[in-house]
Design a protein around this ligand. Structure first.
Ligand code: GLA
Length: 381
């Protein structure tokens, strides 16, 4: 299968951790439908770690924990498919998963066959308990091959956190997305830190295999399995805009059964989703920001741009610092020279405000932790 745009969905880990069950997955499926998130594009529902028993059966097959999944995984996939969505599951390259359930090491073909038999559409494949003498790239290739031969389209989501120079080999494995960060926790500091690690990785991002900046913590409000410090709405909006503009898969992590309408509307924002899901998928590039040419990019105040398939340009101006500041970029950095006879008609995606910019510099005063996300159209001037 070919993955043209970053996958979108919901993953159980951030909120539920080990407390995952058939009931919670079904409730999450219902909530995706009733909130309109499914119709907005969030169609993969992923069961993360801890779904299995600690031991395989006598034939070496993985066994869903009957206390959590009394009717097995097939019943869940039937339910999710019945709602027009797809089911994801989790395993690991090592002998055990990160939470110490059985991993797929030396069972790759067997497990890929099992997942196909259960009607699974997505596999998140983690990196814990890898035997030290084995090369990670070889183990991801093994599972990539097993999935490609299992008789079902299964999206391959690699999760080696960028370790062992993942970026240099991941596209040999058949993976459709790869974790380019360590885990994001629900705190502004974690979001800020993870985002800044992505600057140099954009050249590896793109169609077919997307840089995965980890599940969204938008709307977690300090609760659940990775809840730390509740974020403000502005912080969650900046986090969402960044992940979307940088072409990360958008995997919701909050408890969508109880999320408030402001958060649901944020996650459904059609302008943001259209930028994330743009099929041309040109790589994002850094422009302007708060650049001090003596020291290079200010990593807390920066702007990214991305060319879109219809000729528009998406531009994000991000102030991750703790002070308000004037951020800027030059139109020349986008390819618009002083004599090109074109102006930018800029629609700010969250506020709907429209402004125009001509040759020269565009500057905006942006509050701490806030952002502006624009969709810009070129017009003759
Ligand atoms: C790792 C992954 C997380 C989650 C846990 C489950 O930490 O990076 O996203 O899947 O394992 O144990």
């Amino acid at each position: 299968m070919i993955q043209k745009t970053p996958p979108m969905g919901w993953n159980s880990w951030n909120t539920f951790g080990e407390k995952i069950s058939e009931t919670t997955v079904k409730e999450a499926a219902n909530a995706l439908v009733s909130t309109g998130l499914k119709d907005a594009g969030y169609t993969y529902l992923v069961i993360d770690d801890t779904w299995a028993l600690r031991e395989r059966d006598k034939n070496g097959k993985l066994v869903p924990d009957p206390a959590k999944f009394p009717n097995g995984i097939r019943a869940v996939s039937d339910y999710v498919h019945g709602k027009g969505m797809k089911l994801g599951i989790y395993s690991c390259v090592g002998t055990m998963t990160c939470a110490q359930y059985p991993g797929s090491y030396e069972y790759e073909f067997e497990d890929a066959g099992t997942f196909a038999e259960w009607g699974v559409d997505f596999l998140k494949y983690d990196y814990c308990f890898k035997p030290a003498f084995e090369k990670g790239e070889l183990l991801y290739r093994r599972m990539g091959l097993a999935l490609a031969n299992c008789g079902r389209d299964i999206l391959f989501s690699a999760c080696s956190w960028g370790n062992d120079d993942t970026k240099s080999w991941i596209k040999t494995t058949g993976a459709h997305m790869w974790r380019s960060t360590h885990d994001v926790m629900d705190s502004w500091e974690s979001v800020r830190m993870r985002a800044k690690e992505q600057f140099d990785l954009q050249k590896y991002n793109g169609r077919g295999c997307f840089n995965d900046m980890d599940m969204l913590v938008v709307g977690m409000n300090g609760k659940g399995n990775v809840g730390l410090t509740p974020g403000t709405f502005v912080q969650y909006r900046t986090h969402f805009a960044l992940w979307a503009l940088l072409g990360s898969p958008l995997m919701i992590g909050c408890d969508i059964r109880s999320a408030d309408s402001g958060i649901i509307d944020l996650l459904k924002n059609p302008g943001v989703i259209a930028i994330n899901q743009d099929e041309a998928y040109c790589q994002p590039f850094l422009i302007g920001g708060f650049r001090n040419f003596a020291v290079g990019v200010d990593e807390d105040r920066f702007c990214f741009a991305r060319f879109l398939g219809n000729g528009d340009i998406a531009i994000g101006m991000f102030n991750l610092s703790d002070e308000p500041g004037n951020l800027f970029f030059h139109l020349s950095e986008l390819g618009l020279s002083r004599i090109c006879g074109r102006k930018l008609v800029m629609t700010e995606v969250f506020s709907g405000e429209v402004s125009e910019s001509r040759a020269g510099q565009y500057t905006a005063l942006i509050d701490k932790h806030d952002c502006r996300l624009f969709r810009c159209r070129l017009e003759r001037d």
